[in-house]
Design a protein around this ligand. Structure first.
Ligand SMILES: Cc1ncc(COP(=O)(O)O)c(C=O)c1O
Length: 413
């Protein structure tokens, strides 16, 4: 692991996080380990070394341009959910032929960008197909498309991150598959190259991926029987990470790929779309303690970071491990760790057994690389926090803090 403790201090690779906090002028901030990003990506490469495959990093998990450039440099493809993510991926140097555009509400402008750049496009619904057809006709340019199918396998995750069930807002109605096949057959600008599914996120059992893959392989057979030659099987992303640190056995990319290897048809290229498992454990969110208080029988540690910079605990009631970056000697108590935002939903962690810190003590929320900075907001006029990257003993700012002047410029209309 690239984050570890030595003599009571947290380290990121060769650097003491406390020293970084003292050097960085702003708090809170995000801190990434390049070695961890590389190790996570390499774990997928190793798992897939004997398989025709595209690793499509899900840009939605974390869209920092420097991190995207590192991933494209390692050979990753990209998985996109908006036109802006497509433009950013171009800037990051991704090969857009190894890139997929997902989404249940793609706009005509977004589709035009995707068609122009030869991005693989997932068909999500009847209207989405119509919009894709409208775009290819207007540009007189063909498009390679996949059909997003809901295998209806329960991913056993929070309902907000479950995306592949029958009643999901994503994907086609499976009973209408033949209608989609006929439409595509009659359209000489559409090339049906594969099928796609995405079951959900934070999945901890490989059996779930295997069950879904079996179903998707059956769908491929149906499509082949109808005269098509689908060669991409896209099983989405979704592998969980060890947020809980409870010693639970979280499957690795190799466990995932090994669990489906024997059922993969020979001629296909597998596409996987990992986000969280590439970037999630590669960062911590670094805060300072503003103060400690007690109300009724509840104790609170109040930090300068909040739900505005890291909303996952408030949004999904999820657990992210919290620890101090330096030795703390105070009395051990049970605390809610909360931010300064004017909402009772503003918490980073609940009921944590921690020693009582003094003001200014450094505290981190762990596993903060995925869906944390990417989901930050200006609520309570909090500014988007800066991001720093550690590579060995080198610290680089990879995104400056947003300032109030940046914000005020939006009103120069
Ligand atoms: C279509 C699609 N692919 C891939 C992902 C990435 O999932 P994860 O970050 O859990 O790997 C998501 C995220 O929910 C998604 O919606």
């Amino acid at each position: 692991m690239s984050f570890y403790h030595k003599n009571g201090y947290l380290y990121c690779e060769d650097l003491k996080v406390k020293d970084i906090q003292d050097e960085v002028q702003y708090s809170p901030f995000y801190l990434y380990s390049l070695a961890q990003v590389k190790a996570n990506y390499t774990a997928y490469q190793d798992a897939l070394k004997d398989t025709n495959a595209i690793i499509g990093y899900a840009v939605k998990a974390n869209n920092n341009l420097t991190l995207l450039k590192k991933l494209s440099g390692m050979g990753s493809g990209a998985v996109l959910v908006s036109g802006n993510e497509l433009k950013l991926s171009l800037a990051a140097g991704f090969n857009l032929k190894r890139t997929i555009l997902n989404g249940n509400g793609k706009t005509l402008d977004e589709l035009a960008l995707a068609v122009e750049h030869g991005v693989l496009i997932n068909i999500d619904s009847e209207f989405d197909l119509k919009h894709i057809q409208q775009t290819t006709n207007q540009l007189n340019t063909p498009a390679n498309v996949l059909i997003r199918i809901n295998p209806d396998v329960n991913p056993e995750v929070h309902p907000y991150v479950s995306t592949g069930m029958k009643n999901s807002k994503f994907g086609i109605r499976n009973e209408k598959l033949n209608w989609f096949l006929n439409e595509i057959k009659n359209d000489n600008l559409l090339n049906l190259v594969g099928v796609h599914c995405h079951l959900g996120s934070t999945i901890k059992k490989v059996r779930i991926f295997r069950d879904a893959t079996e179903i998707m392989v059956d769908f491929m057979k149906i499509i082949e029987k109808d005269g098509f030659s689908p060669h991409y099987l896209n099983i989405g992303g979704g592998l969980g990470i060890d947020y809980d640190r409870s010693g639970e056995d979280i499957p690795s990319p190799t466990d995932l790929i090994d669990s489906i290897r024997d059922i993969l048809p020979e001629h296909i290229t597998l596409i996987i779309e990992p986000g969280r498992s590439i970037i999630g454990n590669a960062a911590v969110f670094v805060n300072r303690v503003t103060g400690v208080k007690t109300n009724g029988n509840k104790h609170f540690i109040v930090t300068d970071g909040s739900m505005a910079e890291l909303i996952r605990p408030s949004l999904y009631d999820t657990y992210q491990h919290i620890e101090f970056i330096e030795p703390v000697e105070g009395k051990i108590d049970t605390f809610d760790v909360v931010g300064p935002v004017c909402e009772s939903a503003d918490f980073l962690g609940k009921e944590r057994r921690l020693p009582t810190p003094s003001e200014g003590t450094g505290l981190v929320v762990c596993d903060a690389g995925a869906y944390c900075h990417a989901m930050s907001s200006n609520y309570n006029l909090k500014m988007s926090p800066p991001e720093y990257l550690v590579d060995g003993d080198k610290l680089t700012c990879i995104r400056r803090v947003e300032t109030l002047d940046d914000y005020l410029r939006l009103f120069d209309v």
